[in-house]
Design a protein around this ligand. Structure first.
Ligand SMILES: [Mn+2]
Length: 314
């Protein structure tokens, strides 16, 4: 096995049919229950579950590959939420509230596990082993945002520098009192859900649900997006609600590493492309009639669209 052959795969969301099709397309074969390639390994970017029709199959495919040394996987926000849904605090309350809204995202996963409490526990235990990010020799992976500052500040608190465990989950899943944004909760929000920036001078805008907001999620990987109105991750029809003002340098986050970074999470549309020579989002919305995307990495330090491979939603 070489050290330079990695196929990095974006968010699966329970679409095991497309995952099997993509693995086959990349030259992997299923032998004795585990997909494998003679010279390459997969890196999964998280969000294996929620939404799609074969969630346990998706988990099983990935888990077998990881357990048998044919793949690595990191945690997505949906795995994190599944853990928090399952675990309880010292008062017996679930770490993620069992509200109708939260149930809606998670219902299919829970339905597939109906009557299988042992398997549910086993899967949650396995999700807890997934690193929050990982560095390989030549590239980095994280589910939503490679935030170096939070990594430097919280790594010493994490298991083996990049993993959660049961004891850390209450702190990681509980929003602290207003004002303190230097907590593990905020670090997890950024790593697994993305970076937000606060609008300047008390600016606010109405989001698509007509909720008044002072914060907006930004395309942290796009060094050319210097205006709030450009950097915002927002529906195009309401982009004009954001200020056409420059984000101050002190508030701009830039990916600081020399090696490329792969991430998922952002429900991209259209034909898969890399975002820059150093950044590539591999989530092209397979769960919304989009594509399941892999980047076939072979040691390069400059990313190229020619290395993207994908299957369309089946
Ligand atoms: Mn996600």
């Amino acid at each position: 096995m070489t050290d330079t052959g990695y196929d990095v795969i974006g968010d699966i969301h329970g679409h095991a049919d497309e995952l099997e099709a993509l693995l086959a397309h990349l030259g992997y074969e299923r032998k004795a229950g585990a997909w494998r390639h003679p010279e390459r390994k997969v890196v999964f970017l998280g969000d294996l579950i929620d939404s799609g029709p074969r969630q346990l199959d998706a988990v099983e495919i990935v888990r077998r590959m990881v357990d048998e040394g044919h793949a690595h996987a990191i945690m997505g926000n949906h795995e994190f939420n599944a853990i928090a849904w399952y675990l309880r605090d010292e008062n017996g309350q679930p770490l993620r509230a069992h509200t109708e809204k939260n149930l809606k995202q998670h219902r299919v996963f829970l339905a597939e596990l109906e009557g299988k409490p042992g398997l549910h526990k086993e899967i949650i235990d396995w999700f807890l082993t997934l690193p929050l990010w990982q560095s390989f020799d030549g590239f980095n992976v994280i589910h939503a945002c490679w935030h170096k500052g939070y990594m430097d500040r919280f790594s010493s608190k994490l298991r083996e520098g990049n993993r959660l465990d049961r004891d850390l989950m209450p702190e990681a899943a509980t929003k602290p009192a207003e004002g303190d944004d230097e907590t593990l909760f905020h670090a997890i929000e950024v790593w697994l859900k993305g970076l937000e920036t606060t609008l300047p001078n008390d600016h606010q805008f109405l989001d698509k649900y007509n909720a008044l907001r002072r914060e907006v999620r930004v395309r942290w990987w796009d060094h050319n997006a210097v205006l709030y109105s450009d950097a915002a991750l927002i529906e195009e029809e309401i982009r004009n609600r954001l200020p056409v003002l420059e984000i101050p340098h002190s508030a701009r986050y830039r990916y600081p590493e020399d090696v490329p970074v792969f991430f998922g999470h952002y429900w991209m549309n259209g034909d898969p492309t890399v975002q820059s020579s150093k950044t590539a989002c591999l989530d092209f919305s397979v769960a919304k009639q989009g594509k399941l995307v892999a980047y076939r990495w072979s040691g390069e330090s400059t990313l190229s669209n020619a290395s993207l491979q994908y299957v369309s939603s089946l």
